[in-house]
Design a protein around this ligand. Sequence first.
Ligand code: SAM
Length: 287
Amino acid sequence: MNNKISTPLRTKLIMERYGFHLKKKYGQNFLVDQGILEEIVSGAELSKDDVVIEIGPGIGSLTQYLADNAREVIAIEIDKKLIPILEETLIDYDNVTIIEQDVLKIDLNQLIEEKWQGKKVKIIANLPYYITTPIIMKIFETHIPLDSITVMVQKEVADRMQANPSTKDFGSLTLAVKYYSEPKVVVQVPPSCFIPRPKVGSSVIRLKATDKYIDMGLDDVFLFKVIRGAFQQRRKTLVNTLSHQEELELSKDKIREALTELGISVTIRGEALNLDEFVELAKKLQS
Ligand code: SAM
């Protein structure tokens, strides 16, 4: 196809024709750079056998590239004003299904089971930045059959995903990404590639799903309650902050005992622990 949606001129014309006004509250920054769209497709290692879920198709710029390169695409869009636009811009594609829904509310497992009988999916998106972390955490924690996530995020979020312990960027998102995947930055993206231009730089990052920890049969919901609790007040000791998390119901003595058994100082802060240490700690705290 050579009538790409993703040029600045076509994007503006499409929005004008429909009287569409961009909504800040939905994080609408549309991609208008074909080089970046090609990088996303190649970074995701997309092939004609792949099934893809796109979050937030906008007016269909990325969707068009996904439909050209994958077997089938489901695009989930919250803004009902965009649905008639997508139905027109993607009219030539019989392998795209548009769903008007909030991605944080939809049952992804049910969708994948009904549509593709549980085949592993690739999640690909230029994410709405106001809910990047909840979306990524939902994808991981609902254990959908997942090949990989390839997404545009704020550069600062991509940095957090790959941070080292005891740095300011290190936190529960870093640990979740490490627990469920192997991260790799595909490309850095300047504000000039979007309409309107975001105030921050962006990165496309690929999170290739791994089973390394999942195969250990851990209770990851409990593990991430511990991890989130540990970072809630990152300047406090782990014993103090975890014992104040009501949902965990852990006494200071129990936490001290677990740390001592693991040979970890009882005055340590959560930000100094690596993922393997959190895993061992969660196992002890749950026993
Ligand atoms: N994919 C398009 C592109 O690259 O030009 C648009 C990307 S724009 C950064 C984010 C898109 O996500 C918007 O279309 C927005 O309406 C949509 N969106 C925002 N919140 C959403 C939600 N909770 N569920 C589904 N889509 C959402």
